[in-house]
Design a protein around this ligand. Structure first.
Ligand SMILES: Nc1ncnc2c1ncn2[C@@H]1O[C@H](COP(=O)(O)OP(=O)(O)OP(=O)(O)O)[C@@H](O)[C@H]1O
Ligand SMILES: [Mg+2]
Length: 468
């Protein structure tokens, strides 16, 4: 395999202020802690620190070169001096995209971006060399760095695009120039910064800006903002629309799914072709993500039936629905770790999964929820609005933390009330102490609510993972 980047290509893409000594690079990063041998390190200005402070360290750790905008003391190695390191990263991302012959997908949506991206990656990588954004690298740094990492040999590239504020998606979409753009879902996530769901839909629809000729939009046919997104796609010149979902009108249609704790058996019709497959990650939301991924994969021209076989091995990630069976007292508990992300849509999806998870031998459903952040003026109403889904989840006791959860606390039936505390640290030990063998235990909240503290307390109170 040839190098990811040569110094000649870098010089062309970045127009550095001085000539660059020859080198070859195998990776691109901005995180000095993650620098690997042969990486190009970009010294970016962060909110709390300036990457220039870590240049010497990055080079000492084997970086092939560092892209900088000023002198750096004590740096031994190849420096590439530019005027603006962030702009240089975008330029390299663009160069990565421009040279690529890969078929490209972009994925945005209020929830399910990473899950859909991972499903698509799992399915495409068994067919041809595939590159995808790592983790949730979906912002103004994550997108260009993912493009700059696209190997020249890749046949498929998959890029997650996210936003917290209006105006963020369009420039990123224009960098990615995808052949297929997926909007997984539109719901009230980050609504505090966005004002309304309509504004969120319009922002998500900007993923169709600057797409390649003949590009296709993959849209959630069941979402009430579908027509709005169709308009948005057309506005950006994308005329071919593929709907996915339960609706009869969906071109990628979920026909049926048998949901179990360990995953689901799914039947879907992808452009009239019947596909039956096993999906290794549990929950109806995962089923819909997999159908969206199949719709995109079909558009990209890959083999749908072969692809679907790869979904059996897919598992939810830690913090995003991963299940753990832990020794507890004289028996075990099942822990549903959803501590990574929480907004009204994803909490609803998790509560539906909890409702379907039957506790064993006299156990109960036990729920810990932390505040959903970034909901602005609608925060209290949206927290209180979880009440019906919480009741339907069958949770025996509900433990809450964070100021907005007060609104939900007021709506809980007295018999369901466990405790409401100011933050996860104040809740953790109390929640763990309330658990018994046999319980199914679900923990969820926005990342900022730090519900991992609660997960850790449950794990600490247990006798460890079963089977270890
Ligand atoms: N299609 C879906 N519908 C509803 N909820 C979903 C869906 N897909 C995933 N979720 C929920 O959202 C959580 C986050 O999923 P995922 O990481 O795929 O989303 P994301 O859009 O990438 O989030 P982020 O904005 O944090 O990057 C999951 O743990 C799950 O609770
Ligand atoms: Mg993500």
């Amino acid at each position: 395999m040839s190098a990811l980047w040569t110094s000649d290509e870098i010089s062309k893409a970045l127009s550095p202020v001085a000539a660059v000594a020859p080198f070859e690079a195998e990776g691109v990063t901005f995180d000095s802690r993650a620098v690997g041998k042969g990486d190009i390190f970009f010294a970016l200005a962060g909110e709390t620190s300036d990457g220039h402070s870590f240049v010497a360290d990055a080079l000492a750790r084997g970086a092939a070169a560092a892209v900088v905008s000023r002198e750096v003391e004590g740096a031994r190695g190849t420096l590439i001096r530019v005027h603006d390191t962030m702009k240089a990263l975008v330029d390299l991302g663009r160069a990565g995209r421009q040279r690529s012959k890969a078929r490209i997908a972009s994925i945005t949506g209020s929830v399910g971006k990473t899950s859909t991206k991972d499903a698509l990656r799992a399915m495409l990588s068994v067919q041809a060399p595939t590159s995808a954004s790592v983790a949730s690298y979906n912002n103004h740094v994550g997108v260009p760095i993912s493009l700059a990492r696209l190997p020249r040999e890749a046949r498929y590239g998959i890029f997650e695009i996210g936003m917290n504020h209006p105006g963020e998606i369009e420039p990123l979409a224009r960098q990615v120039e995808a052949h297929v753009g997926v909007v997984t879902n539109v719901g009230p996530a980050h609504i505090g910064h966005m004002g309304s769901e309509e504004a969120i839909a319009d922002e998500k629809g900007c993923v169709f800006a600057g797409m390649a000729d003949g590009a296709v939009a993959v849209l959630n046919r069941d979402n009430r903002h579908y027509p709005r997104l169709v308009d948005k796609a057309r506005h950006f010149g994308v005329s071919r629309i593929v709907g996915f979902g339960r609706s009869d009108a969906a071109e990628a249609r979920l026909v049926s799914c048998n949901l179990q704790n360990s995953g689901s058996d799914v039947i879907a019709l992808i452009h009239g072709r019947r596909i039956e497959y096993r999906l290794g990650a549990a929950g109806e939301h995962w089923v819909l993500n997999s159908v969206a991924a199949l719709a995109a994969l079909d558009v990209l021209g890959a083999d749908v039936a072969k692809a679907a076989m790869a979904l059996a091995a897919l598992k939810a990630l830690p913090g995003r629905g991963a299940r753990r069976r832990l020794k507890f007292g004289a028996g075990t508990i099942e822990l549903l770790d959803e501590s990574y992300n929480g907004n009204p849509v994803s909490v609803g999806a998790m509560l539906a999964v909890l409702a379907r998870t039957e506790p064993e031998g006299g156990g109960r459903r036990m729920l810990a929820l932390g505040d959903m952040r970034e909901l602005g003026e609608q925060a209290d109403a949206l927290h209180a609005g979880l009440a019906d889904a919480v009741a339907a989840s069958g949770a025996a006791q509900v433990f809450l933390c964070g100021p907005h959860m007060e609104a939900l606390w007021q709506k809980l039936a007295p018999s369901q009330r466990g405790a409401h505390r100011p933050d996860s640290a104040a809740l953790a030990a109390e929640f763990a102490a309330a658990l018994r063998a046999g319980d199914v235990v679900a923990v969820k909240g926005s990342l900022g609510s730090k519900m991992k503290i609660v997960v850790d307390a449950v794990v600490a109170a247990s006798g460890g993972e079963v089977g270890r």
